[in-house]
Design a protein around this ligand. Structure first.
Ligand code: 2DC
Length: 524
């Protein structure tokens, strides 16, 4: 590697071994001196011959002493602060840097045009960073991987079948009725809580209420049945499941950098907690799955209503039952903290922007009037509600980065990136950067409604065939939640309380958010 460095100087041209380039089909000017190439998959002699592109080993960043870095990182509170440390590093090193923390090696980018280059070259089998403790747990317990953790042809086969059931535009209409009812039930529950308070409003940290809402929602779509989580008394097993997911995420973050096998060997509490958490998750998901399986075999399933994703997959018989179970478990676990935290952030932002609440309310009432009870139609006429969800995810993404292993050599910011390099798009940092979003601190859903300046900026659910499988469920769930909540309540929060972000594998609020919900047609 080092020896190659000076061979890459323009006068000498690019060494043969670098020249496995695909033909750039489009070369855009960035800021005058940088060029970004997006590559087609065809093999072609390098037209970059003679152009200055710097060697991989010249890339800025602290990637040489990984264990020292990790120590430093830990000292900075890095296990809960990854997102802020990334922003600092982009400030220090510029729009691309190399990093190595413990065993975790990566190239990090922030520019949407670089993200475009990476995604356009991702190939047929896009591969993201494989969260090591998640595979370690499955290996340890001898459980099959679901689609989240599979790669290659096995991934693609499953994914094509699953897309049809969970992601394609035609199936959205199946999700709308169950998710709409769950949204309405949440509103009913809030009315009950308000009724119990002498002040006629409800002030609370809504985290747990929203966890329940999110689990109820995702299960209504996966299983086509209700768990009954929007009542005062709920089955403690469901609460244990919810708590296990938070613990699972929490114990994952240290194991991004320190191999799980090592933590297992020293019998650390992180590994033990992690195994316990997944055990709880799998046991409960298994129960839910078995119930549906039994109902199907005994022909007890109502054939008129949408049977849910699980039943639909089982009836189709295109995937092995074990694979279906593994993926449904992932979806059930993945659908709780993600949407609930996003909705919590949404209400926090809306509480601080009463005029946007008003704008949304007028959009919603107009859409309600014109759609006459057809919820699918309603969803087609609320662009500002949809933009609100996007804007919340820009400021508060669930995932700090979107990652891909490169399948071929690339040039990013004029550096050579070898094939099989882990490239991370820092979407959290991108969302805060004035180069890519004007007035980035401002919560402004309207920014998503004009058509320019959005190129590779809305990456909250990832991109392409490896994007979030739960995306459509999450979107419809969150849009309907906001529609019903805004149509019924004023959302308020204490002035002057700034809530920050904490990395707990996913990004979450760093302190409880207290929200006040007040019925719309009552007083101030
Ligand atoms: C965490 O550096 C930080 O949707 C790492 O519903 C890189 C990384 C890789 C994969 C990401 C993960 C981060 C955050 C959580 C994500 C995950 C992929 C899927 C998962 C974004 C950014 C999530 C939350 C799934 C979880 C499903 C699971 C419970 C089975």
């Amino acid at each position: 590697m080092l020896a190659r460095r000076h061979l890459c100087l323009p006068a000498l041209g690019i060494p043969r071994s670098w020249r496995v380039f695909d033909r750039p089909d489009d070369v855009r000017e960035l800021s005058g001196h940088q060029k970004v190439h997006s590559l087609s998959r065809e093999l072609y002699p390098s037209p970059l011959e003679g152009k200055a592109a710097r060697a991989f080993d010249e890339m800025p960043g602290n990637w040489k002493s990984s264990w020292f870095n990790l120590y430093h990182y830990w000292k900075q509170g890095g296990f809960h602060n990854t997102h802020n440390i990334m922003i600092d590093k982009f400030q220090t090193f510029g729009p691309i840097y190399r990093d190595k923390l413990g065993t975790y090696e990566s190239v990090n980018i922030i520019d949407p045009e670089d993200a475009a280059t990476v995604f356009k070259a991702e190939g047929l089998y896009p591969k993201r960073f494989m969260v090591p403790p998640w595979t370690a747990y499955r290996d340890f317990r001898n459980k099959p991987y679901g689609v989240l953790l599979k790669n290659g042809e096995g991934w693609r086969q499953d994914r094509l079948v699953l897309n049809k059931e969970a992601l394609s535009l035609e199936v959205i209409e199946n999700f709308v009725p169950p998710l709409n009812v769950v949204g309405e039930d949440f509103v009913k529950r809030v009315h009950v809580q308000i009724g119990r308070s002498p002040q006629g409003k409800w002030t609370a940290d809504l985290s747990n209420e929203l966890f329940r809402f999110a689990l109820e929602s995702v299960c209504s779509v996966l299983y086509g049945t209700r768990l009954g989580l929007l009542q005062d008394y709920i089955d403690p097993e469901n609460q244990r499941f919810i708590d296990a997911i938070s613990l699972m995420f929490h114990t994952t973050s240290p194991m991004l950098y320190i191999p799980p096998a090592f933590l297992r060997w020293i019998n650390s509490s992180t590994w033990r907690g992690h195994v316990e958490a997944w055990d709880t998750i799998f046991t409960h998901a298994d129960k839910c799955i078995q119930n549906i399986y039994r109902d199907l075999r005994l022909n007890r399933k109502n054939t008129k209503e949408y049977p849910g994703i699980l039943a639909s997959l089982l009836m189709q018989d295109k995937l092995a039952v074990e694979d279906i179970k593994a993926t449904i478990t992932e979806m059930m676990a993945g659908g709780v903290d993600t949407t609930s935290m996003t909705l919590q952030w949404a209400m926090y932002e809306l509480a601080r922007a009463p005029s946007i609440q008003e704008q949304l309310r007028s959009e919603i009432s107009a859409a309600k009037a014109s759609s006459q009870g057809d919820v699918l139609k309603l969803l087609k006429s609320v662009p500002l509600v949809k933009a609100t969800v996007k804007e919340v995810l820009r400021l508060h993404p669930v995932a700090v980065t979107i990652q891909r292993y490169t399948t071929q050599e690339l040039i990013l910011q004029n550096y050579f990136i070898p094939a099989k390099t882990l490239v991370q798009v820092g979407i959290h940092a991108m969302g805060q950067d004035p180069r890519f979003f004007t007035k980035p601190k401002q919560f402004n859903p309207m920014r998503w409604l004009n058509h320019d300046g959005k190129h590779f900026r809305g990456l909250s659910f990832g991109f392409g065939p490896r994007q979030c499988l739960g995306r459509r469920i999450a979107e419809v769930e969150m849009q309907l939640f906001l529609i019903h909540m805004l149509d019924n309540f004023k959302i308020e929060t204490k002035r002057g309380v700034e809530v920050g972000t904490k990395f707990d594998l996913i990004l979450i609020p760093d302190k409880p958010i207290y929200l006040t919900l007040r019925p719309l047609n009552s007083g101030p």
